[in-house]
Design a protein around this ligand. Structure first.
Ligand code: PLP
Length: 286
């Protein structure tokens, strides 16, 4: 595996980060998760826009332009001979000293890791995932906005830990108002009486797969509502699914001990999953 660090490639064992990099010391940086299907990178421009918007929001100036980043990502996939891949570009504040002042970091660091990738949830796409609503809250929009895909994923990790010990495959976050946000690494959709409902993107990450799911719902003529939801909407749903670059579209069939709908992936979820497979194979940056 060849890993990109600031314009050079290193074998996995030699790809090292300074302990003085503020990405390591403080989680000061941003990242993306991108997929390639059959040698084509899916929605690269959208991911790059989000990466650079995340960086802008935390006042982080990337040491390479968006175009250079795109070229580096494509080159990293080629160098590693990847067809079906998960790609992780990272921009960190760079090397500074032990103080957290970002002015001490002369230049941001750029890393790109790309690896082979298959279906993240294996047979759970057929069976459905178990989800746990967790007590840890998503960071609120008035603090670090969840739209910033920052290297600070500790509350997502806390959510995952809670879901793990309670026997869930995925966590479901709420915000401090009691509204449903998203999963630990994916957006959430509820289906009730043939209508798809998903939270607006102020309290969750503006997912690119979420956009794809909305486009698919639109193409299938299914009504979509973007509105806030609570526990009631989850527990009484006919179907629930999550969307994410890693998870793709995955059904949730059990939440906090309650079967969702029939307890099996429902017909609308299945339709969206099928369409998703077609869409990802059809488009992409070669
Ligand atoms: N929500 C969170 C917290 C995530 O980390 C991700 C993954 O990137 C998503 C949602 C889904 O976003 P996307 O579909 O762009 O991967």
């Amino acid at each position: 595996m060849q890993i990109y660090i600031d314009g050079k490639y290193y074998p996995k064992e030699e790809a090292k980060v300074s302990v003085f990099d503020h990405g390591f010391l403080y989680g000061d940086g941003v990242f993306e998760g991108i997929r390639a299907y059959s040698g084509r990178i899916f929605r690269l421009d959208e991911h790059l826009d989000r990466l650079y918007d995340s960086a802008k929001t935390i006042d982080l100036k990337a040491s390479i332009t968006k175009d250079e980043m795109a070229k580096a990502i494509i080159e990293t996939c080629k160098k590693n001979n990847l067809k079906d891949a998960y790609i992780r570009p990272i921009i960190s504040r760079g090397v500074g000293d032990l103080g957290l002042d970002p002015r001490k970091c002369a230049k941001s660091s750029v890393f790109i890791i790309a690896t082979e990738w298959g279906a993240m949830y294996g047979d759970l796409y057929e069976k459905g995932l178990k989800a746990i609503t967790v007590s840890v809250r998503r960071n609120p929009a008035e603090a670090l906005p969840p739209n910033v895909k920052s290297l600070n994923y500790l509350n997502n990790i806390m959510a995952k830990i809670e879901a793990n010990y309670k026997g869930g495959d995925e966590a479901i976050f709420f915000d401090t108002n009691g509204y449903v946000c998203e999963g630990s690494g994916d957006n959430i959709f509820v289906i009730k009486n043939g209508v798809i409902i998903t939270p607006p993107t102020l309290n969750n990450l503006r997912g690119i797969t979420r956009m794809v799911a909305l486009e698919i719902a639109n193409s299938l003529g299914i009504t979509v509502l973007e509105r806030n939801m609570g526990y009631y909407d989850l527990y009484s749903a006919d179907e629930v699914f999550v969307t994410g670059t890693a998870a793709e579209i995955a059904p949730i069939t059990w939440i906090d001990g309650r079967d969702i709908g029939t307890g099996k992936p429902g017909p609308i979820t299945r339709q969206c999953m099928e369409q998703f497979k077609i869409v990802v194979q059809k488009e992409g940056t070669p």
